[in-house]
Design a protein around this ligand. Sequence first.
Ligand code: MRU
Length: 442
Amino acid sequence: MTDNPPDPSRRQFFRRFAGDVMVGASRMAGVVEELRERSAAEARELLGEDAAGDAAGADAPGAPTGFRTPFRFESDEALLVIDQRELPQRLVEERIRNAPEAARAIRHMVVRGAPAIGQVAAIGLALTARQARSARPYARRAILHGAANTLRTARPTAVNLRWAVDRLMARFEAIGETSPDGEAIAAALHDEAMAIVAEATDDHARLAEAGLEILPNPEDRPVRVLTHCNTGPLACGQFGTALGIVQAVQLAGREVKVWVDETRPYLQGARLTAWELQQAGVPHTLIPDMAAGPLMARGEVDVVLVGADRIAANGDTANKIGTYTLAVLAARHDVPFVVCAPLSSVDLATPSGADIPIEERSAEEVLTVRGTPIAPAGTPVHNPAFDVTPAELITAIVTEEGVLRPPFEASLAAAAKRRARRASATARSHAEAAPRAEAASG
Ligand code: MRU
């Protein structure tokens, strides 16, 4: 682990990151186009650069600056991920050199949040392919399949993990799993992992733009958003999902105030969301989870925005434990309940929430708070990390393909088709551009 004691300049990078998001978001009302066009290329560039390397010109509008993701490359051989277990007290990083190390970091919550774990898993697998460049073809095949399985099973609920790993393995299969060209395999898996990261940047920017249109816009006061868990850049890379919308609203010149659920037992809201909002300068108030009901009853919540770890084909949504309770409360008090997630969190192969595996985490997380016991030792514990909110309690699902409305079975399937069409159009235009670029450089 690289252990950096709290370092003001590093924090500054995060602030710059937040500023960047806000500059982007302020243009979203009409100019997200530009972000879309630039973001994929920018993400590729950024991920290859040291965060400090681009300090020159960092203040220029639109200049790539600082961390946009909870991870960055240290070298071609190692990724540094922010150890989210240590926040907000310490900003430290852990080094990942291959898939088993990525799986360990995911399992132990060093890196967490559905989109982020998908991206780190993809990079971990690509690093393993790099390490196996000179292995014999059948050995490499066994190594990569073993690594993929380790990653897929690191955490069971967020579908992004399996989706990202499957995508890299499909690329491996397309090359020919027993190809002797280890260099080509490593390069292809690296490209695929970078494409996943770059697409997430673009998708989350689109999602934030779509979210602008759904939020209430009171004339004489801030819109009051209640959120649960953590859906900012730490969880997603790049802009975040629900928190990306919050920042977009603020930058569109509208006032926003966020009620942040502390999110027992792991405290993602208290530790991470409050930290991100503080750096981004978004007004917020931390509340015990159980305060959400009385706040809604008093009419102090305009909308609930949450993320998703997996959305089934019928719209049932697995998200952080406590989300279902919020959805029931929102229905009781007539508050819109909005899920914000990229389509990589949608699992059309899972028909309903009943089929989503729910991770059970350690008793320790409930019996202690940050290492201090709060219950008699040995007390039996039930600690499901997620719950499922039935589709009927969800007002809308905001994705990169726009705001989806019930019936979700149809709107999710249509959005997935649009997303796939867009991906193949992008792939075609890249394929057409490549020979032109080669000719120009040669
Ligand atoms: O257990 P975690 O912290 O990985 O869970 C993450 C969540 O449940 C987030 O709230 C989320 O909505 C999915 S990631 C944007």
